[in-house]
Design a protein around this ligand. Sequence first.
Ligand code: KPL
Length: 318
Amino acid sequence: MSTVCILGAGALGSLWAARLSNTHTVKIIPRLNKKSSLSGYDFSLQDAETTTTYHLPYLPLSSLPDGPLSENTRASSPSVILLVFCKSFDTLPALTAIKPYLPHHIPIVLFQNGLGSQVEVGKAFPDHPVYAAVTTEGANRKTPQHIIHAGRGSTWIGPFNKQATMAGAKEACAVLADSGLEVSAEADITLRLWKKLAVNCAINPMTALLNCPNGELPSQPYFTARYTTLCKELVLIMQLTIGYETTSDALKAQIDEVIRKTAQNISSMLQDLRAGRKTEIEDICGYLVKEARQQNIACPTITQLYQDVLALATTGSQ
Ligand code: KPL
């Protein structure tokens, strides 16, 4: 049995916390700015068959030096793992806040959308084994205490910095597979992150701007008019940045499949906008614009999407 610490108990974090709590000790790390007098996090998880309620204990920051993240409990607690589900822009600040309490041997597994936050954490935590995860599990929050497991998917975990290894990725997968969700170790997690980034770049800002579910994109003239150029820009950036060779038709086929499979979904970016929350546009289009600039290439379609979503977020008109 392992101790699984969860940082960022949003919809996805709650899903994993619930599913892992049947076999492991799961503890929720409260955010520094969200001090709670409660002993734990109460919520229910609804999937296709059942709704189950959970009470998972908080790991209070004040007790962290003596808690399961502490070096001195290493012998009695050989297997501690930290899963991070914060939004991309919150990830580095949240991890930095607990860094003094985080012994170097504890693996950090990052579940963020986009790219950028993983790179920042990899640099800021060079002594920790840092892993990145890509997941297609669908979860959303109906109310603050009610999580819906909206669609089953797959999850890949791979080493993201020098301290992380494939053996470590397999160990993490063995723990996470006890959730009953599909998990596999991935040697080239960077490529998987890039492929997901490309999908998110095509779907998330478009649905945010058009205020529509994913499945409506193919019937929206604004989307169809930009789809081919957008894919061509993505293909070129991936080729120059990570040497990945693909065609815009192949990329389109992958994106079309995700649109079909998630047709009823409201993308995470549109959900954020509707709820008045900050979006992950910086780690999706913003990251791609920066990479394109470094490669001295233009990406006008991605740049326009980036600017338009930023403007939307400022005016709050969705
Ligand atoms: O990952 C997603 C998101 O909304 O962030 C997709 C795949 C677009 C599903 O909605």
